[in-house]
Design a protein around this ligand. Structure first.
Ligand SMILES: *Cc1c(COP(=O)(O)O)cnc(C)c1O
Ligand SMILES: [Zn+2]
Length: 418
């Protein structure tokens, strides 16, 4: 894992052994003094760095804050989040044909997606840097999480959503938790351009995954998977398959593994292969991996029923592409039909997920069929959001209700006749 080498020498700007480093030019910055999302010198992405990295013995308690020794603050604005289940899915494991398949269901977080893990930390840092208005662009789940965590922290929240392209459950959450919702005439990438401008002008604190602190919270997905899997299976997973939108999670998992190797908690050979899945209608990361590009090319027209990953310009690509490559992983695109099938299959094992989440299973099935994934692999698929996030998509993928008369005889007749 040669890329993005972690360095441990603490620069003078560090606070409590924590600082920010530009991944492009290695310039360092104080973590909590000013509001800053990218490098002052070259506009590169920033990464949180630590003087000391913890090992397994340093973790205690539950949820995201079990891992406070690996995070830049010791507590957060919490609901609380994390400690999500790592399900067995025996029928899918047999059918797809891998040695072991577990599903890490991030839909079981407080607002129903993994975004909560980043927000508990991001909102705390916002308080620490002294801003009181929080903002994000969102395909839905970030806005739901920001609204809830902002409310919890007693702060004002502003969310920009692509008009008509956000699932009903997510808008309802943002609305009831009290966010000011701006419906933008444009796609997610346009919303992000605008909210970045607003943040640069000092109008609000940006809580998209461009914010390096959010990714630190999301890093705990990797820590939980490694701990849970090891405890229950006695090994570490060979591969982690996840849906990719802005590639924040992919970047966060890669950082998690680099830190675990650096601290000696795991061997380099224990690092799972990061395998990113996109919808065929929004697959700039897959394109970049296939062509060996350093960066993604922006897709202007994106479409998929997996609205959470309907993104044409993944901001974290410069962090995530090296992660996929360095871990020996890959990226693949799946059709909306394949996503729907996987959503049904997961539901058939009792695991209810939104369409974007099912992309991980759809992608694993495809890569297994193509022989990219071996039959002897132990795999964890990440499911990122809950079924109820997108009730319309769930109802469309499921069976229609059957009308029956309002008496028992009529119901019995119907059951026998159909
Ligand atoms: C945000 C989100 C994603 C995409 O995650 P990235 O970190 O942006 O790649 C995938 N699925 C769901 C349900 C999400 O809410
Ligand atoms: Zn720089």
């Amino acid at each position: 894992m040669a890329h993005l080498e972690l360095t441990a020498e603490e620069p003078p700007c560090a606070e409590d052994g924590v600082w920010l480093t530009c991944i492009e030019c290695s310039e360092t910055f104080a973590p909590f003094d000013d509001v800053r999302y990218t490098c002052d010198d070259c506009d590169g992405l920033l990464e949180v760095r630590y003087a000391d990295l913890p090992t397994w013995d340093d973790f205690e308690g539950d949820g995201v804050w079990r891992y406070d020794a690996a995070l830049p603050t010791r507590s957060g604005v919490s609901l609380p989040e994390g400690s999500t289940p790592l399900h067995d899915v025996d029928r899918l494991e047999d059918e797809i044909g891998v040695d072991r398949l577990r599903v890490k269901h991030e839909g079981m977080n407080p607002t129903g997606s993994f975004k909560d893990r980043g927000m508990t930390l991001g909102v705390r840092v916002a308080q620490r840097v002294g801003v009181d208005r929080l903002a994000c662009a969102s395909t839905g789940n970030t806005s739901a999480a920001l609204a809830a965590y902002g409310a919890r922290g007693g702060m004002e929240t502003l969310v920009l959503l692509p008009a008509g392209k956000v699932a009903a459950g997510k808008v309802a959450q943002a609305s009831l938790h009290g966010a000011r919702i701006l419906e933008v005439d444009g796609n997610f990438d346009t919303c992000l351009d605008i909210v970045q401008d607003l943040a640069m002008r000092g109008e609000a604190y940006l809580l998209n995954s461009l914010n390096p602190f959010r990714l630190e919270g999301q890093k705990t997905i990797g820590l939980e998977i490694m701990e849970q899997f090891h405890e229950e299976e006695g090994t570490y997973p060979d591969r982690i398959v996840l849906p990719v939108g802005n590639a924040g999670n992919t970047s966060a998992l890669y950082k998690c593994f680099r830190e675990l190797v650096k601290s000696g908690a795991i061997e380099e050979s224990d690092v799972p292969k990061l395998t990113g899945i996109q919808a065929a209608g929004a697959a700039p990361m897959v394109e970049a991996i296939e062509h060996g590009w350093e960066e993604t090319e922006r897709w202007e027209d994106v479409e998929t029923r997996a609205t959470a990953i309907r993104i044409g310009n993944p901001v974290n690509a410069p962090k995530a592409l090296p992660g996929i490559r360095a871990t020996g992983g890959t990226a693949a695109a799946v059709s909306d039909e394949e996503i729907t099938r996987a959503q049904r299959d997961l539901a058939g094992e009792g695991v209810g997920v939104e369409p974007a989440s099912a992309a991980s299973i759809a992608g694993l099935r495809k890569l297994r069929n193509e022989g990219v994934v071996d039959s002897d692999e132990e795999v964890v698929c990440l499911t990122t959001g809950h079924l109820l996030k997108d009730p319309e998509a769930a109802a469309e993928a499921g069976e229609d209700p059957e009308p029956v008369p309002g008496h028992t005889e009529g119901v019995l007749e119907h059951l026998e006749a159909n």
